[in-house]
Design a protein around this ligand. Structure first.
Ligand code: ZN
Length: 299
């Protein structure tokens, strides 16, 4: 089980590789929960965390749709488990709200827009940012960590491999260097940062599990959520951007590791079979638009 959010973390260097309590391994993926005995989260809300227009879809679908524009959704998720709340990703920076110029991580490629704030959406269901126990980050691209600074009292959960990567010296790829610099700026220095290594059971009961799915970035992760009525749901992070990429095993050209990306998609496929899970794909606008939006929720 993770340390309680209010426990101060003295140093990110000693932030633990977290122990797993209570979850019996059911599959070869040994730290994953047993589908028969996993606990439940009560509610899963989708937040609108922005949308974007990219001028060349083929960056995400190499060899296909070259030069064609594509619109993506940006999605955050909020999970209620007992009296605790987990926010999965934080979306496009709130300063972008209603700015006609939008905001960008890579200005020549993609521009993001924001119609609603996270704080406004939390307020719709009576929550303040200080009510959020954990802010879990799928990875450190700016459209996922744009609002981490709004949650100074929450415990930020991310893979150690991701933190190590953005802290590493620049390489030869300017796009990657630019994304890493932006990540360091947006992440800042969270007061409570917990770095995890691989699959990690957040509450120790199999209700909410961080799933290591590297490849898009070195420490990318997805999230497995167990609900009473809806069953298991996998929140993709950016393990895949579009349903058809998942079907055809297509890896975006901006991913840091193609083989890891394919292995992570395979892992998600195995998990969908093991858990009879649904996969909610963060950036797939057609899919996202059809899902319930806060104040509606999955339970
Ligand atoms: Zn990304």
């Amino acid at each position: 089980m993770l340390k309680h959010a209010r426990t101060p973390i003295i140093s990110i260097l000693v932030a633990s590789s977290l122990s797993i309590c209570g979850a019996r391994p059911a599959t070869a993926d040994s730290k994953l929960p047993d589908p028969a005995t996993a606990g439940f989260a009560e509610k899963l809300y989708r937040l609108d965390c922005g949308h974007s227009l990219a001028n060349d879809e083929s960056v995400w679908t190499p060899g296909e749709n070259v030069g064609r524009s594509i619109e993506f959704s940006s999605t955050c998720w909020l999970i209620k488990r007992g009296s605790e709340w987990v926010l999965w990703d934080t979306g496009v920076p709130q300063a972008t709200l209603n700015d006609p110029k939008g905001w960008s991580t890579l200005p020549r490629l993609i521009v993001y827009h924001l119609d609603k704030t996270i704080t406004g959406q939390l307020a719709e269901i009576g929550l303040k940012t200080s009510d959020i126990t954990y802010v879990a980050l799928s990875h450190t691209h700016g459209d996922h960590i744009g609002n981490v600074g709004l949650f100074p009292n929450s415990t930020v959960l991310m893979q150690r491999a991701e933190y190590t990567w953005i802290s590493s010296p620049d390489g030869t790829n300017d796009n990657v260097n630019q994304l890493k610099a932006l990540a360091r700026k947006l992440l800042g220095t969270p007061k409570q940062l917990q770095l995890v290594d691989g699959d990690t059971d957040v509450f120790g009961d199999g209700s909410v599990t961080l799933i290591s799915t590297p490849g898009h970035t070195p420490g990318s992760q997805s999230l497995l959520v167990h609900l009473k009525n809806s069953g298991f749901i996998i929140l993709s992070g950016d393990v895949v951007h579009l349903e058809r990429n998942f079907e055809k095993n297509i890896v975006p050209s901006l991913n840091t590791d193609k083989a890891m990306s394919i292995a992570s998609m395979d892992k998600v496929r195995r998990m969908i079979a093991t858990y009879q899970a649904k996969l909610f794909i963060n950036h797939d606008k057609a899919q996202s638009d059809a899902l319930r939006l806060l104040p509606a929720f999955y339970d």
